[in-house]
Every structure is written in structure tokens, then in C-alpha cells.
Design a protein around this ligand. Sequence first.
Ligand code: WT7
Length: 657
Amino acid sequence: MPALSSSDLVAPPPAPRPVEVTDLDAYRRLHAQSLADPEGFWRERIAPFRWTRPPDRILEGDGPGARWFVGGQLNVADNALDRWVDEGHGDRTALIWESEGVDHLRRPLETRQYSFRELRDAVARAAGALRDLGVRQGDRVTVYLPIVPELPIAMLACARLGAVHNVIFAGFPDQALLDRIEDSQSRVVVTADGGYRGGKAIALKSVVDAAARRTSLVEKVLVLRRTGEPVGWTPGRDHWWHEALERATPAAPVPVASDAPLFVMYTSGSTGKPKGITHGTSGYLVHTALTALHAFDLRPGDVNWCTADPAWITGHTYTVYGPLLSGAATVLFEGVLGFPDWDRAWDVVERHRPAVLYSTPTLVRAWLRQGDAGPRERDLSSLRLLASVGEPISPSVWHWFRDVVGGGRTPVVDTWWQTEAGAAMIFPLPYVTPAKPGSATLPFFGVDPAIADAEGRLLDGEAAGQLVIRRPWPGMLHGIWGSPERYRDTYWKSVPGAFVTGDAARRDADGYVWIVGRTDDVIKVNGHRLGTAEIEGAVVSHPAVSESAVVGVPDERSGEAVLVFVVLKPGFSADAELESGIVHAIEAMVGKLARPRELRFLKALPKNRSGKILRRMLREWAVTGKVTGDTTTLDDASALPPSTDGELVDHVQRGIE
Ligand code: WT7
């Protein structure tokens, strides 16, 4: 085995308890085996799960249609809950929830805890209620809930019936909700009167009503009472959660085939239309559970705190399914972690004593800006492992996280993956892989990353280019809901035989992977994925706007920030009212997550001769103030004539608070 060569290596801390993989050579042997002999590698590792029918074959096929654990049958909720109860762990804590609101002593106004038995019973009853509303195996259920225990309960209840959950972030506006209800063809929606976020009550039921008015699809709405605000009511369609659950008889888990869909998760891509990333049953379960073990060392009885909202993929996999499939307790925090201030996170750690804290660089930077006093003065000794996801973590932030939050004792597990991946793909084994701060390091078992050039040729050794995955992995998406062609064209076309991630990356001499950014028109704001085309669509919906181009620019707080270039129709000029109208259009159609940092008004957009907007040029101009690259492709009528050295003509620019 080649020795690691770099000087930026940080030795891993010793394992606090025995681990399966004890050194880097063992990791390399197992990784090689996982690729060469999937049957031998996975067969023994899937044995602990409760299969109603064990799979005949581990892996079948290749490329977009590959399927894992073929012929097998199980139920994910059964494995996450009933299995632990039946194995005698029913009294262990499964879920710890605290409200965002606090009293004058910073104590949460409400907390709720569920043991595995209590959570199993709540899920079985919720599943019974959904069944009473007509939900059957394979049906899609849209879940639009705040971060309360009923959110994971609704997800697990769907899984229990073999129904497909489609969880929508509770901050999305009615337009985004409607698009996702329609695309997934959901006849049932689970929501609440409202929720609490950032110290405010937000209405949710009225958003569902607004969406449901514009489609004939929604037949049943199950409504949780959370804020107690008055809600509109459509008799026959709307049902209170508490009443429906009281009436329901608990539902037993429905065994489903390995390749049956478990959930749809909408995410942004290069076009204006979000993609319904569809995940299956057994592959997702195996990848999720085994990464919970190998990336986060989660075992029965541990306490896990993943700060991600269950409405995002990180929350699906590591706030809900991963810990429960591991027999660990998961901490669920209701709102925004800056409430009442950024020390709230340390209150949560002291109160619930998680071993694992999994978060985003955006959040770590927010903590860091507050200084060291908060984390240093608090008892964070329960933390055994810190982890990060969503954007590159800079070395200085990595070190601060480990030294100040982790007291210098913990590994920092930088996990690279994406909605399509299902579970973590590239990360250091916490007690084995020497870290290089800023690099997600080496691939998990079964994951075969490679670097391809712009033409799709795979590159050897040290290389930079597009990050691709050369073969199917267990948690791999099963497709884009309702769009098999889009699935193949987006991911499986430009590099023969490989899955194209959309990320640009570098592989160093040690084989470590460094994520550089996206190769498509996706930007990451606060770790959330936004499609520039979706935002542009909202901007041009404004009656004064002729054209728009949206780019992401580096931002100290949010990683990237949204910058909107606007060309107005003749006769309109930029003023405060018009600007707020454009911002409003973005918030109403895409959501507040896409709120721009700045609008810039131009006479024209730079385009090439075939009319394609040169976003890269706009981005460079926005970041550096000039354009250095080749401008000869510019169309003559463009806004960036080469002769002006990249100075845009006739612009006003304004920051948005
Ligand atoms: C994109 C996926 C499931 C992860 C949460 C977001 C970026 C993710 C890292 C990392 C650098 C990262 C990539 C990826 N990303 N993890 N550790 N280092 N960049 O899931 O919304 O689907 O976004 O987030 O660009 O493609 P997502």
C-alpha cells in the first residue's frame, strides 16, 4: 500500500471503542473487495436487518437501471422501530424533541421524548390514519410539516404502509408546494395549522389551501394542531391529525420489494423545474445504516444530533432513518439554531448530551463568528464526533470546529454526498483515515469515484475535472419521478458508463477528493441547493423584466449568495418599488431561501453569438470587477464589449438587506 505523502495530514484520534475497520490498509482491502466482489462484501453486512424475504442477488445490472438486493423484501419502518422493540430495546430513547421557544431561563417551552416502543406505536397509529384516508402501497403522500415529532412520524408511517413520502420544506411558498404535489401526483397532504421558526409563528395550512385551490388532485388533508391559529376548513377533505389518529387502528408494516420507492425528494438542477429524486427501499436502508455506523460510529443507545431539517436529504438520512436504523436516539430541534441566539446549540448539547454533532459549514461559521467563549464555557464533553456536509469546509473552520467545539478530542468527518446519493459517499473513517481539512478524503465501501475531463474521458492519478461515480452504489437514486429520460440524460449521458455528479473536484496524490464547486447552474446558499434557472424564471415573471441571469458569488456567511442581473423592458427604470417587486416574485415562486443579496440592472446581458447567456463571465465580473477570459465569443450587441475591459454599461447596483 502506498504511504500517504502530503504534509497537511491530521492524524485521526484513537477509537473510543472497538471498530470493525482498524487501519487504513484494512479500509483499502475492504474497499477493493466491495468493488470487486459486491456479493461477498454486502451479503454478510445485510444479515442483521429484518428481511421478510432475503434478496436473491446483491446487485443486478449496471448504469441507470442497476438494482440492489434484488428479490428481497422488507419494511424500512419495521427495521427502524419494531426490530428494536422486538429485540428487547423498546424502552431505549428513540426521539428527543425540543421546541424553539424558550422561557426566561433558556429552557425550552416544550420537550417530548419517545422510546422506540412509543415511537413505533405512534407511527403504527399514524399509518392506520393514513390508511383510513385511502393511502395504499405505492401512493405518494406530500408532507408539509414544521419540525415536530409528527414530521418523522408521518415519514415513518408512510414507509410502514409502503407509501412514498414527499416531504416539502415548510418554508416553501404555495407555488413550490403545488409544483411538487402535482409532479408527484399526491392525493393526500399532511400538514399543520402552522409552525414556529425564527421566533415567529408561520402559517402552513393556508399555504396548502392556496396550493390545493389550484389543482383537483388533493383529496385529503391531514392537519396537525401546533400553533392553535384559526384555519380554513374544507369538510370532507380536511381531517384533524389528533382525531384521525384516535379513530385509527394501528397498521402493521407492509413488506415491500427492495426496489419499491421509499420517498421522493425534490431538488434543483440546471433547468427551471425541480427534479423528484426517487429513492428505493433496501439499497437506501443498507447504505444509510452502514454509513451511520462507519461515518458516525452510531450504535444502539447513542445519541445523535444532526442539525438538518428532516425536509432535506441530510435530515431524511441522518436525522431520521440513519440513527433509528442504528438503534440510536435522534435529537430533533424545532426551529432555527440562532434562536434566541447562537449559544442555543450549546444549550441543546448540554441538555441532551449527543455523541455526534453533524452540521454544515454555514452553521459552524455562524458559531465561529460569535467567538470561543460560548462553546468553551459549556459542557460539550458528550461530543465524541463532529461532522460536516453541504459545502466545502475551509481548513480554518475545520480546525476551529474540532478544537473549540470538539475540545481537540473529536474527529471532524467531512462527508461529501448529494440528494441523488441517498447517503454519504466520500468521507474519512473517523478513527482510521488521516484527515486533510478541506477534503472529504476517500470513498465509502461500494463507491467508485473518478475524475473526468470536459469531454468525458476518465483521468488517472492526480487530476481535476468533473466528479463522476463509475458504478452503481447501494443508496443510488432510482430515477427522477415521472421522467426516466431526464434521469438518463442528466446523469448518465456525458460520461460513458458513469454517473455524473455535477460537481467539480480534484484528486490529489494520495487519492483524496477535494470538491471545488458545481459544474452546472446550481448554487449553494446556506448549504441549500438552488437552481439559477428557477430564480430567473421568477424574475422574468415580473412584468417590467425583459431578461435575467442569476449567478452565485462567494459569501462569507452563506457560502454562496444569489446575485441577480436584470434587463428591464423599454420604458421601465429601476427604483426601490420595482426592486422589491422582483424580490417578492422570487420569494413567492422559489421561496425565501433564494432571496438575492443584490440586484444589478444592465442594458443587455452578455451572450454568445447563438444567444446563450455567458453566466460565467457575469460571475467573474461580479466577483473581480473585470473579465479576463476569452471575450471573443461575445455577441456584438452584448453588454460586455471586449473593448471596455469588462466594464458593464449603464448599470445601477443595489444591495438587498
Ligand atoms: C451538493 C449536494 C447530502 C448533502 C447535503 C446537500 C455539495 C455536499 C459537500 C462536502 C463540499 C459538498 C456538492 C453536492 N456538497 N457535501 N462535504 N464538501 N461540497 O445535498 O442539496 O443535494 O447538495 O452539495 O456540491 O453536489 P444537496
